[in-house]
Design a protein around this ligand. Structure first.
Ligand code: NAD
Ligand code: UDP
Length: 314
């Protein structure tokens, strides 16, 4: 029997690089397709040289052909930090729409299984709390975040159309805020921002009054959830995230305490349409996949803080 071959778009990004490692560890051959727009060769340097890993530098918003056989296509390519997608609005819309279409076409050509990395942003600024998959969301299509949220909503619709019309074997994971090593130090998301600021003695920039909430999932838990979903038969969307919710201000205190930092807190304007609350309902992930997060916030953050401390030293 030949080894399964998995194509990971966005494989040189934060989540994608961890996913490539997991797939290799599970015995897959891996093709990583990435144009490095927000990813980095450093994220996959430990994989380059592994004969079962192939890097294809390519913009997946243009058609993508790989073969001779493909068993799984996992579409993770997309800017994901609000700062990134506000700087790259058209690329974000294109990779969510054209990139999803092209990667679906690749899966259809090979009769491969397809998994879309969707997001809690499909719920927008939610009016239902916590968010179950059955909630349709509250998204502003013409606001600055619309480029990401609507691209992912379009991507989900496209995946379901390929499933219904072409019988493609599809999965949709709605990922909630995930953190860990290999996030970019300056990607602008709250985890790298606060850790970098705390470690360098600068003020922690809390946006708004810091009363908005988030729930943070460690990367290893997320990858385990994605792996279980890929191997399940569930074709409807599944939330994967950590339900441990806190305010951004409380999160700033956690970072100050774990880093032993005396940094002050500086309040800055809240970005437009910043969701006020976010917490995943993980009932479906638990029932269908037997999944729940295992890594507590302190443990996950300690590993992440060590990673960023090393980057700041070099
Ligand atoms: P990331 O920016 O680290 O990784 C994205 C990767 O996609 C990068 O390597 C980038 O170069 C690549 N990419 C972007 N556009 C591309 C294109 N047109 N062609 C080829 N490659 C392209 O972000 P991440 O946090 O690892 O997010 C990965 C995926 O997970 C994204 O689809 C994102 O929407 C989704 N997601 C992440 C989170 C999170 O908390 N990290 C939450 C929800 C959803
Ligand atoms: N945030 C903050 N300070 C920062 C970066 C982010 O207060 O330096 C807030 C942001 O306004 C949001 C939350 O932290 O309410 C999470 O932001 P992030 O960019 O990590 O991702 P989001 O959950 O908004 O997609």
């Amino acid at each position: 029997m030949t080894e399964p071959l998995s194509v990971v778009t966005g494989g040189a990004g934060f989540i994608g690089s961890h996913l490539c490692s997991r797939l290799l560890a599970e015995g897959h051959l891996v093709y990583c397709v990435d144009n490095f727009i927000t990813g980095s060769p450093a994220n996959i340097e430990h994989l380059v040289g592994n004969e079962r890993f192939t890097l294809i530098e390519h913009d997946v918003s243009k058609p993508v052909y790989v073969g001779p056989h493909v068993d799984n296509v996992l579409h993770f390519a997309s800017p994901a930090s609000p700062v990134d997608y506000l700087e790259l609005p058209i690329q974000t819309l294109k990779v969510g729409s054209l990139g999803t279409h092209n990667s679906l076409g690749l899966a259809k050509h090979h009769g491969a299984r397809y998994l879309l990395a969707s997001t809690s942003e499909v719920y927008g600024d939610p009016l239902v709390h916590p968010q179950p998959e059955s909630y349709w969301g509250n998204v502003n299509p013409v606001g600055p975040r619309g480029v990401y949220d609507e691209a992912k909503r379009f991507a989900e619709a496209m995946v379901m159309a390929y499933h219904r019309i072409h019988g493609l074997d599809t999965r949709i994971v709605r990922i909630f805020n995930t953190y860990g090593p290999r996030m970019r130090l300056r990607d602008g998301r709250v985890v790298p921002n606060f850790i970098r600021q705390a470690l360098s003695g600068r003020a922690l920039t809390v946006y708004g009054d810091g009363q908005q909430t988030r729930s943070f999932c460690y990367i290893d838990d997320l990858v385990e959830g994605v792996w279980r979903l890929l191997n399940s038969s569930e074709t409807d969307p599944v939330n994967i995230g950590n339900p441990h919710e806190m305010t951004v201000l409380q999160f700033a205190e956690v970072i100050r305490s774990l880093t032993g930092s005396a940094s002050e807190i500086k309040f800055q304007p809240l970005p437009v349409d910043d969701p006020k609350t976010r917490q995943p309902d993980i009932g479906r992930a638990t029932d269908l996949l037997g999944w729940k997060p295992r890594v507590d916030l302190e443990t996950g953050l300690e590993t992440t803080i060590s990673y960023f401390a090393q980057l700041l030293d070099t």
